[in-house]
Design a binder for this molecule. Sequence first.
Ligand SMILES: Cc1cc2nc3c(=O)[nH]c(=O)nc-3n(C[C@H](O)[C@H](O)[C@H](O)COP(=O)(O)O)c2cc1C
Length: 238
Amino acid sequence: MPETEPLVGYPDLEDAERVRRAEAFEATMRTRRTVREFADTPVPRAVIESAIRAAGRAPCGANQQPWTFVAVSDPAVKRRIREAAEAEERAFYGGRAPRDWLDALRPLGTDATKPFLETAPWLIAVFGQAHGVRADGGHVKHYYVKESVGLATGFLLAALHHAGLATLTHTPSPMGFLRAALGRPAHEQAFVLIVTGVPAAGATVPRIDKKPLSAIARFVTDGEPAGDTPTGNEPAVG
Ligand SMILES: Cc1cc2nc3c(=O)[nH]c(=O)nc-3n(C[C@H](O)[C@H](O)[C@H](O)COP(=O)(O)O)c2cc1C
């Protein structure tokens, strides 16, 4: 039997208070947008540390916590990452990307130039660990690495947004250069690069739609048929 401890953190709330809290969080998350123009305003390391700790509380396969977050504020390292990312992105936009992919990206106005990789105060490279390493050097297989790292990254984005910071979820394609640039071991695979900081004054974002609840959810309740699979309502962009 595993050792147990009392569960804390689930207060006995009235339904109305639960609805209020859910809607307040929804209102916060409604204002999250992917930002591609950053100010060079410094952000305290304590904010980044706290957001990473929050990310580290995400559920994960067999509690293996198969993630490493590398937070970079060193200008020389940010410059190296920018140079390597732009080299990959030039190849991507200049012919490696299939036409359909480029068509999907066109409304976002993205291209191979990534000044935010130097302007933003922090880059957080998120790595997934294919396996763990025991004290004796042996390997421990990790389960559900991508799912777990994806959930942790979601927690990270929510924590940074909650702290009033803008984020860009960046996936230079391919991302293999990040392992070398940050000196990570071979069993760590770059998952995503989160750019974070204060948005530039006057920053704009693409006008996009989000699907309504009716297009992304089906409720299976007493006396209500499950209905069809949510389809349609493709947002114009994004
Ligand atoms: C896995 C993933 C990879 C992404 N890669 C990039 C990227 O490389 N460059 C970029 O500008 N945006 C990237 N994005 C951001 C999406 O374009 C953005 O989330 C989407 O257009 C919706 O906009 P919103 O985040 O403002 O709601 C990525 C998002 C995700 C989830």
